[in-house]
Design a protein around this ligand. Structure first.
Ligand code: F6R
Length: 612
């Protein structure tokens, strides 16, 4: 969950580290630090508690840390409170080894005790300090080179890590190692970069190497060498990333979240076009044959957070269009509950980052049990993308705001496309029905665009409720699934307590929370459920609720019950979530802005949750 950047080349390192870290702040932002080696070979470390700005101010934008080789870190605390002392980089007692780390060393206590017996002292509460000192211990005790000392440490520690290490005796190099935490290496003329994620270095190069589990690398100036855990040199493939640097910038918007909300029409369109050719869906690039699709007995969708909410929508759509039984599970539950899996099950793992620890573990659990897996993933080359048997890449581009918007929307699209194709191949949809559904999908980008042109109305309404204490979202069927996402958007960035409830379930307890003026947002896009949900709206209204209705044009009778109504364009009901979610994303955004909060980096959260 932390962000790492390293640079070794012809330019001043500190400004590049700060710039790269600013692109990774979404991964953690409670403290930050840099270690830069100057021309005399001395390593200077500066750390600051709080946002990256504090580190930038402390080093005058990096100017007070001269040198062309350095490593930097932005932290999301796991072991030890957020403080300057616990911030990375960490150093061995004599400054021989300096390192930054993303991940968790699970057996750090045991290592700490062993090292203390050998005379090491500890200044922080972090697991990282233990690993740094273990590297130093092996390096000195066995008089081995950096690669061997790191490899020995990799075998000794348990847990996950992306590590970036500098040795006093090797002033020309940075060493890196990886297990389970993402890390990429990039090269440009005379310069080498290492980072936890592509946006950190995209401005400088789009040619990257992905470091795999239990691999290491040595970065010289503009050159890199890779090693396996036995210390043998290995070859790796250079991958060209086709995201442009601009995609990772705010582009005139005040926040990444708003920019990403506006990028949804394009992201949705690109994702549709990636598999739709001549009004037909072609899944050849995913590697899923018609025979395999016909052979599937049931689907389990596994994911976390918003990606899980996509799964809840997909469940309705798959079952209705393809008539396949679908179960949706939280990855953190699935991985530990010893699920009964039919050999013909397809496990679909949905993940923007492709690095979410629980989703990755669930994927591996399914694979170990011999079950076919499909990843719906945004980040190319991420762990889930590489481990899944088949991958459907969503084309959302880099998503920087912690609260997902465009990735969620493209994940929905991927699910719709799969459901249509599964329905067609399994004989549940005719060719004509499939063509009509695809044609309807293709209208979604323009319809999302239309909703966005009316965003000021939502802004006005959001400002009225910026001081709300509780908000409830109610709906049935797919509308309930949208409520789950709307409610998460609201609470994660505005810090207002909110709950999503299946509208018919309210009266079984939750309705007692409704007081005079409590905001209840009701989603009504499903014709067959419309009247039922209106009845539930009336129930809460008679207990004092203030009602906002969210429905499709034509359902004007909602205004008889709701105090404020937002309309979305009509679409096939299976796809209504793609439109209904947009006003809810805007609601969360505008309330957060009205409350003066940090929309893109809400407290306690990180974009990519690489710990359990
Ligand atoms: C909420 C949000 C999270 C993620 C979740 C899974 O706005 O972004 O709930 O959806 O952490 O992340 P990925 O999709 O990267 O696996």
């Amino acid at each position: 969950m932390c962000g790492i950047v390293g640079f070794n080349g012809k330019l001043q390192a500190a400004p590049i580290l700060l710039d790269g870290l600013s692109k990774l702040e979404y991964r953690g932002y409670d403290s930050a630090g840099m270690a830069v080696r100057n021309d005399e070979g001395e390593v200077n470390v500066v750390k600051a508690k709080g946002r990256l700005k504090a580190l930038s101010d402390k080093t005058d934008g990096g100017k007070t840390l001269p040198g062309t080789c350095g490593i930097g870190h932005t932290r999301w605390a796991t072991h030890g409170e957020p403080s300057e002392n616990n911030a990375h980089p960490h150093c061995s007692d004599d400054g021989n080894v300096t390192a930054v780390h993303n991940g968790i060393f699970e057996n750090y206590q045991e290592i700490k005790e062993k090292l203390m017996k050998s005379g090491y002292t500890f200044y922080s509460q972090t697991d990282t300090e233990c690993a740094v000192k273990l590297i130093d211990y092996y390096y000195k005790k066995y008089k081995m080179g950096p690669i061997d000392a790191i490899a020995k440490t990799m075998v000794r520690v348990r847990g996950s890590y992306a590590l970036c290490v500098m040795f006093k005796d090797y002033p020309g190099d940075i060493f890196v190692a990886r297990k389970e935490s993402p890390m990429i290496v990039g090269l440009s003329e005379g310069n080498s970069y290492v980072a936890s994620d592509v946006p950190a270095i995209l401005k400088y190069t789009n040619k990257v190497y992905y470091i795999d589990n239990m691999e290491m690398a040595r970065l010289g100036k503009g050159e890199v060498e890779f090693y396996n855990v036995d210390g043998e040199v290995i070859e790796k493939e250079l991958v060209t990333i086709d995201w442009d640097a601009e995609a990772a910038e705010k582009g005139g918007y005040e926040h990444f979240m708003m920019k990403e909300i506006h990028e949804q029409p394009k992201a949705v369109k690109d994702t549709i076009n990636s598999v739709v050719k001549d009004n037909k869906i072609d899944l050849t690039n995913l590697g899923l044959s018609d025979e395999e699709i016909k052979d599937i007995s049931n689907i389990i969708i596994v994911a976390c957070g918003s990606a899980y909410h996509v799964g809840v929508v997909a469940q309705y759509v798959f079952e209705d269009l393809a008539k396949i039984p679908v179960r949706v599970e939280l990855a953190s539950e699935f991985r530990y509950r010893k699920p009964l899996l039919d050999p013909k099950t397809l496990v679909i793992v949905v993940s923007q980052s492709g690095e979410t620890a629980d989703s990755l573990a669930a994927l591996r659990e399914a694979k170990n049990r011999g079950i076919k897996t499909l990843g719906i993933v945004n980040v190319v080359g991420s762990s889930i993308a590489r481990d899944a048997d088949n991958v459907f890449y969503t084309l959302a581009g880099p998503e920087i705001a912690v609260a997902t918007t465009k990735a969620y929307s493209t994940q929905l699209i991927a699910c719709y496309l799969l459901a249509i194709q599964f329905g067609l191949v399994r004989g549940e949809l005719t060719a004509e029905q499939s063509i009509n559904l695809i044609a309807e999908l293709q209208t979604l980008p323009e319809k999302i665009e239309r909703i966005l042109t009316d965003k000021e109305r939502i802004q006005w309404f959001a400002a009225k409720f910026a001081a709300a204490k509780d908000v409830f979202f109610i709906g049935r069927g797919i509308d309930y699934a949208v409520c789950l996402e709307g409610s998460l958007k609201m609470k994660e960035i505005s810090y207002i307590h909110s709950e999503a409830y299946a509208a018919g379930e309210l009266k079984h307890g939750t309705i007692s929370l409704i007081e005079d003026g409590t905001l209840v947002i009701s989603v009504l896009t499903q014709n067959a459920l419309f009247e039922k949900t209106v009845s539930n709206m009336v129930e809460v209204k008679s207990r004092g609720a203030y009602l906002m209705g969210l429905t499709s044009y034509g359902h004007y009778q909602v205004e008889d019950t709701a105090e404020f109504t937002v309309y979305i364009p009509k679409t096939d009901e299976h796809f209504a979530a793609s439109l209904a979610v947009i006003p809810l994303q805007l609601m969360g955004y505008y309330i957060s802005v009205a409350r003066g909060l940090d929309v893109d980096k809400p407290r306690n959260l990180a974009k990519s949750v690489t710990v359990e």
